[in-house]
Design a binder for this molecule. Structure first.
Ligand code: FA5
Length: 345
């Protein structure tokens, strides 16, 4: 065993430690010089073959070399780890001063906001919700509504026919007959919200597809006062306490008497302006007392039962509530239009 060999070994180790430029390379150096299979370990195991004096002398040198190499590795390792951490932090830096990305939350179409509000008002008055098919038979859409095949009022509600007997319903009124037949007797108090279709040319106030909420009350001793009070309450809840309604005589084959219901114009408060075409009122719905023929055809004795019904356009109500200038905007899905109702939804 030569001291010089040991010093050469130490120098070789220190050189490699200096050259190691990452922790993995340094660990390899540690393995080479300090592991059980290293030259230093085999020299240590040979100490036993030496005399006690030599063992002491070489033992000190070998240990010194070992401590020197170990310390050098530890120091370098601390340095490399610090550098690696620094590089990692630099790589993963997040600039917290940058503004965050705003998640975009959409708004509900005002049609649905108003539909829900209308339904809530009627539910609050004790109405239940009824449903009927959008593809309806001629029988329910017209015949049971007291509109026989040759009746001129069919022209006012021309629609899309599926075949000779089935069509896209022109109004929600056929649900009246469906509910009366299903219940078989009064009292009935239902609303039916749903889509309706007509062969109307689209313009600012008309669409070939629109929605209505039908209302039907059938019981003993129902009179037009009940109809007026119900609609007055609805209008005040929907448009505010100051709104008045006006019943105007009208004609529907399925009601007698029939009325058209107007509300005072929000724009001028009833004085008359361009929005209400100088009348001070704007029409929102059709209504009336259920025609005795309609009661009879669905199995109700008009001598025992009477009732009222109404049909209100949902888009029409939304247009009046928000001052929307064109009904087609409900269906175009232009986000610039819909976003304006973010607060409402
Ligand atoms: C009817 O549809 C009757 N079924 C209403 C009714 C029910 C009367 C029960 C009596 C008893 P009318 O055609 O007027 O009536 O339509 C009612 C409402 O639907 C109108 O006031 C309007 O708000 C809306 N409406 C009608 N046609 C269109 C259309 N093409 N586009 C948008 N809304 C429409």
């Amino acid at each position: 065993m030569e001291k010089e060999t040991l010093l050469l070994l130490q120098n070789a180790a220190l050189k490699q430690i200096e050259e190691a430029d990452n922790s993995e390379a340094l660990n390899n150096v540690r393995n080479t010089f300090l592991s059980k299979k290293s030259e230093l370990s085999s020299l240590m195991s040979q100490l036993g073959t030496l005399s006690s004096e030599q063992r002491k002398e070489y033992g000190q040198v070998i240990n010194g070399v070992r401590v020197t190499i170990t310390n050098a590795i530890e120091q370098k390792m601390a340095l490399l780890k610090a550098k690696e951490l620094e590089a990692k932090l630099a790589r993963e830096t997040i600039d917290i001063t940058l503004p965050g990305k705003e998640g975009s939350v959409g708004a509900r179409n005002p049609f649905y906001v108003i539909e829900e509000e209308m339904i809530e008002i009627f539910l609050g008055m004790g109405f239940e919700i009824a449903d009927g098919p959008e593809v309806e038979s001629d029988h329910y859409n017209f015949e049971l509504m007291n509109i026989p095949k040759d009746h001129p009022s069919r022209d006012m509600q021309d629609t899309f026919y599926i075949d000779d007997n089935n069509l896209l319903r022109t109004h929600t009124s056929p649900v009246q007959a469906r509910v009366m037949q299903a219940k078989k007797e009064g009292p009935i108090r239902v609303i039916c919200p749903g889509k309706t279709y007509r062969r109307d040319d689209d313009d600012a106030t008309h669409s070939h597809q629109f929605a209505q909420i039908e209302g039907l009350v059938v019981d003993k001793d129902i009179n037009i006062g009940h109809l007026k009070a119900t609609l007055e309450l609805f209008v005040k809840k929907m448009f505010g306490e100051k709104r008045e309604i006006r019943l105007r005589s009208s004609y529907f084959p399925f009601t007698e008497p029939s009325v058209e219901v107007d509300i005072t114009c929000a724009n001028c408060g009833g004085k008359g302006c361009s929005m209400c075409k100088g009348t001070g009122y704007i029409e929102i719905l059709g209504a009336g007392m259920v025609h005795p023929n309609v009661l009879k055809m669905s199995g109700y004795d008009p001598e025992v039962y009477s009732g009222f019904a109404f049909g209100v356009g949902i888009e029409r109500v939304a247009i009046l509530r928000y001052g929307i200038d064109d009904i087609r905007k409900f269906y175009q899905n232009d986000v610039r239009f819909i976003r304006q109702f973010k607060k409402a939804s």
